[in-house]
Design a protein around this ligand. Structure first.
Ligand SMILES: [Zn+2]
Length: 197
C-alpha cells in the first residue's frame, strides 16, 4: 500500500537555477507555459517580458516561479489522488509522452511540442479558438524557443495513454489562455486529425 503526504514546502534555490543549461531551462518552461495556458494567464503575460537566455538573471524569475507553484498547488490540493480536476495538468502530455518515448527528447520540450499538436487538433475539432494557438506560437518565438515540427506521432503510444477509456480519450482542452476543461474525444476523431494535421 502506498501512503503519500502533501509537500510541506517548496524551496526555490536561485544558485541552482543559474547552473542550468539553456536546454534544461526550456525543459522547465514546458510545464510553466502549460500552467499558464490551463490555469493562470498572468504567467503568460510575465513570460512575454523575458527570453530563455536572460530568464534566470531576470527580476521576473521569482514572481514567475511563485505563480507556477501556486497554479500547480491549486490542483494538487483540489485533487490529491488525481481522480478528476488534476487531470487538467496533463495538457500537452498525451502527445508529449508519445514523442518523448519515441524520440528520447526531454520531458518539458516534448510537452511543448505536445501542446502545439493538441492545440492544433482541438482547433480543428472546434474546441479551441484559433487565437490561442497563434498566441502560443508568438510566445515561443519571443522566448527564443524553437520546436521541432516534423515529428511523426506513434499512434500505439497514444493508445497506451492512461486517459483512454473505451473508444474515447479524456483530454484537457484549452478554452482560452488560463482556462481549460476536460473533454471526452472520440479516438477515431483524434487519430484522423493527428494523421492529417
Ligand atoms: Zn509533465
Amino acid at each position: 500500500m502506498w501512503t503519500t503526504y502533501p509537500a510541506v514546502a517548496t524551496i526555490i534555490e536561485p544558485r541552482f537555477l543559474a547552473s542550468l543549461s539553456r536546454e534544461q531551462i526550456i525543459d522547465g518552461l514546458g510545464e510553466i507555459i502549460k500552467l499558464g495556458l490551463v490555469k493562470d494567464r498572468s504567467i503568460l503575460t510575465l513570460l512575454k517580458k523575458v527570453h530563455v537566455d536572460t530568464l534566470v538573471a531576470s527580476t521576473q524569475l521569482l514572481p514567475l516561479l511563485k505563480k507556477a507553484i501556486a497554479a500547480k498547488a491549486f490542483y494538487v490540493k483540489a485533487d490529491p489522488s488525481e481522480v478528476g480536476l488534476r487531470k487538467i495538468l496533463n495538457a500537452g502530455h498525451t502527445i508529449g509522452h508519445a514523442l518523448e518515448l519515441k524520440y528520447k527528447i526531454p520531458h518539458g520540450r516534448a510537452v511543448l511540442i505536445g501542446l502545439r499538436k493538441e492545440l492544433s487538433v482541438c482547433e480543428e475539432l472546434g474546441l479551441t479558438p484559433p487565437a490561442v494557438r497563434a498566441q502560443y506560437e508568438a510566445l515561443l518565438h519571443s522566448l527564443g524557443i524553437h520546436l521541432e515540427d516534423n515529428l511523426a506521432i506513434d499512434w500505439q503510444s497514444v493508445l497506451h495513454d492512461k486517459k483512454v477509456a473505451g473508444d474515447h480519450i479524456v483530454l484537457p482542452v484549452i478554452k482560452k489562455p488560463g482556462e481549460a476543461k476536460l473533454v471526452s474525444i472520440k479516438l477515431a476523431s483524434l487519430k484522423h486529425h493527428l494523421v492529417t494535421s
